[in-house]
Design a protein around this ligand. Structure first.
Ligand code: DGL
Length: 280
C-alpha cells in the first residue's frame, strides 16, 4: 500500500462505534487546544465477538483512513481493537505506511494505574468476549504487578445495550446484575473493577447498583487523557505535528442522523455534526 506523506493534522480516535466517545470527552476536556477527528465504525459494530483476523482487518482499514485524512497520531479508543489489532498494526503496517506516524492503544495506560488502586490485590475486568479471550489485561498486569490476581468476565450484551440506547432501561438491570454476580462469584476478594470496554461507562450508574459500596469502579477516560498528555510532553516531535484550533470532526460508517443523536448523549453536547464515510 502507498506510503502516507507525513503531515500536520488532528489527533485521530477510533472505535467500533460510540464507545470511544467516552475517551474523546475526557481527552478534549484535558487538552481542548488540539484538533480531533473521531471515526466510529458503527456499520460493523460490535467488534467484541469477531475473530482476531476480522478485528485486525477492520481496525487496520480505519487507522489507515485516519492517516489518509491527515492524522499523524491515532488512538485506538477501543479495548477490543487494542487487544487484537494494535500490535500487528504497529509491527507490520506502520513501518510500511509511515514510520513517523503513531498508533497508541488504551490497555497499557489503564494497566499502569491498577497497582495504586487495589488494596486486596484482586482485580476484576469487564470487557468484550474478544478482550477477555485475548487475555491482554492479565498478561499486561502480570508484567507490571505480578502480585495481582486478575479475573475477567466477558459481557457480550453490554455493547448492544449501549449501541441501541438501552443502557438505562429496566431490561439492562438483568444483565448488569448477572455479569457482576458471576464475576464476584469467581473471586469474592475483588475490590477494584476495571471497565475494560469504552462503551461501559454509560452503564456505570447500573453497575454501581449491583456491587458493594466500597468497590472501586474504574473508567478509562481520565486515565487515557492523562497518559496521552504525558506522551505528548515526552514526544515533542509528535506534539509539534498536531494542529491546534480546538476543532473536532466526526465520521461514521453508518447513518449520520443516528450517529448525531447518540453521540450527543455520549458527549453531553447538543449539536454534533457528522459525515458518513466508507472504509472498504
Ligand atoms: N468499545 C469497544 C471496546 O472498548 C467495543 C466494542 C465492540 O464493538 O464490541 O472494546
Amino acid at each position: 500500500m502507498e506510503q502516507i506523506p507525513t503531515q500536520n493534522g488532528p489527533i485521530g480516535l477510533f472505535d467500533s462505534g460510540y464507545g470511544g466517545l467516552t475517551i474523546l470527552e475526557k481527552i478534549k476536556k484535558q487538552m481542548p487546544q488540539y484538533d480531533y477527528l473521531y471515526l466510529g465504525d458503527n456499520a460493523r459494530a460490535p467488534y467484541g465477538s469477531r475473530s482476531f483476523d476480522v478485528v485486525y482487518e477492520f481496525t487496520r482499514q480505519s487507522v489507515r483512513k485516519l492517516f489518509d485524512m491527515g492524522c499523524p497520531l491515532v488512538i485506538l479508543a477501543c479495548n477490543t481493537a487494542s487487544a487484537k489489532a494494535l500490535r500487528s498494526i504497529q509491527m507490520k503496517d506502520l513501518p510500511m505506511w509511515d514510520p513517523e506516524s503513531r498508533v497508541l492503544g488504551i490497555i497499557r495506560p489503564t494497566v499502569e494505574q491498577i497497582g495504586e488502586l487495589t488494596k486486596t490485590r484482586h482485580v476484576g475486568i469487564l470487557g468484550t468476549e474478544g478482550t477477555i479471550q485475548s487475555k491482554s489485561y492479565p498478561i499486561e498486569i502480570s508484567k507490571l504487578f505480578p502480585d495481582i490476581t486478575v479475573t475477567g468476565k466477558a459481557c457480550p450484551l453490554f455493547v448492544p445495550l449501549v449501541e441501541n440506547s438501552e443502557y438505562d432501561s429496566d431490561g439492562a438491570d438483568y444483565f448488569v446484575q448477572k455479569y457482576l454476580s458471576e464475576l464476584l462469584e469467581k473471586d469474592n476478594q475483588i475490590d477494584t473493577i476495571i471497565l475494560g470496554c469504552t462503551h461501559y461507562p454509560l452503564l456505570l450508574p447500573k453497575i454501581r447498583k449491583f456491587v458493594p459500596e466500597k468497590m472501586k469502579i474504574v473508567s478509562q477516560g481520565d486515565i487515557v487523557a492523562k497518559s496521552l498528555a504525558d506522551y505528548l510532553k515526552r514526544h515533542t516531535e509528535m506534539e509539534s505535528k498536531l494542529t491546534k484550533r480546538g476543532h473536532c470532526e466526526f465520521f461514521t460508517t453508518e447513518s449520520v442522523e443516528k450517529f448525531k443523536k447518540s453521540a450527543s448523549v455520549f458527549l453531553h453536547e447538543n449539536s454534533i455534526d457528522a459525515m458518513r464515510i466508507s472504509l472498504e
